[in-house]
Write a protein that binds this ligand. Structure first.
Ligand code: NAP
Ligand code: VY7
Length: 167
């Protein structure tokens, strides 16, 4: 069976923190908007912890096929497809749509080797956390310089920028 191409999307602090205590330790509306725009119409694949981190009102993420990966054979996620391996997630995804791994740390670490595109937001913040972004190896090339690479500022004054990597 054909599997879709896989992209990873995350937002991290300068030190690589993506989460702490089951949540994302910042709030940047323009960042969330970018996440929503890029993933619209695609398939979002996430770990069980990331599924549980989503507020109930946006679960499943609207306008996208939602796939949740867990080892629990009895896990139920209303509005999402539950699978028990990364391979099963890719096989369950519609091959005509872009597939996105949307986290968290465990899923990024296990999927970066299968991906051909990374969409990373760098947030200029020194926040404690317990979940980290994966290593971006030397095989990755940052592309999309220009306007996309400019530093932006959130309403609360947090600086952030978007980066795209291809290989
Ligand atoms: P996670 O990757 O979301 O989920 C981990 C769970 O996924 C595991 O406990 C297991 O579920 C399941 N799993 C992992 N690998 C599996 C495999 N190979 N086969 C089957 N199931 C598998 O959790 P996390 O690493 O703790 O990350 C969550 C944190 O990341 C939260 O703080 C969240 O807010 C943050 N986050 C941040 C961003 C960002 O862009 N900043 C994005 C997403 C998430 P079971 O235990 O149920 O078996
Ligand atoms: C995850 C939420 C979490 C808490 C409250 C609201 C990048 C992000 C993620 C994941 C940002 C989130 C939300 C935001 C998305 C909305 C629904 C409400 C939507 C990621 N770069 N940034 N994230 N929502 N994987 N990568 O904020 O979601 O998309 O519909």
């Amino acid at each position: 069976m054909a599997t879709p191409s896989l992209a990873l999307i995350w937002a991290q602090t300068t030190a690589g923190v993506i989460g702490g205590a089951g949540a994302i330790p910042w709030h940047i509306p323009g960042e969330q908007r970018r996440f929503k725009e890029l993933t619209a119409g695609g398939t979002v694949i996430m770990g069980r912890a990331t599924w549980e981190s989503l507020p109930a009102r946006v679960r499943p993420l609207p306008g996208r096929d939602n796939i949740v990966v867990t080892r629990q054979t009895d896990f139920r996620a209303d509005g999402a497809t539950v699978v028990h391996s990364i391979e099963a997630a890719l096989q369950a995804a519609d091959p005509s749509r872009q597939a996105w791994c949307i986290g968290g740390a465990q899923l990024y670490a296990q999927t970066i080797g299968m991906a051909d595109r990374l969409e990373v937001t760098y947030v200029e913040l020194d926040a404690p956390g317990d979940a980290y972004a994966p290593m971006i190896g030397a095989e990755w090339r940052e592309s999309g310089e220009g306007a996309d690479a400019a530093w932006l500022e959130s309403p609360e004054g947090l600086r952030y920028r978007f980066a795209r990597y291809l290989r």
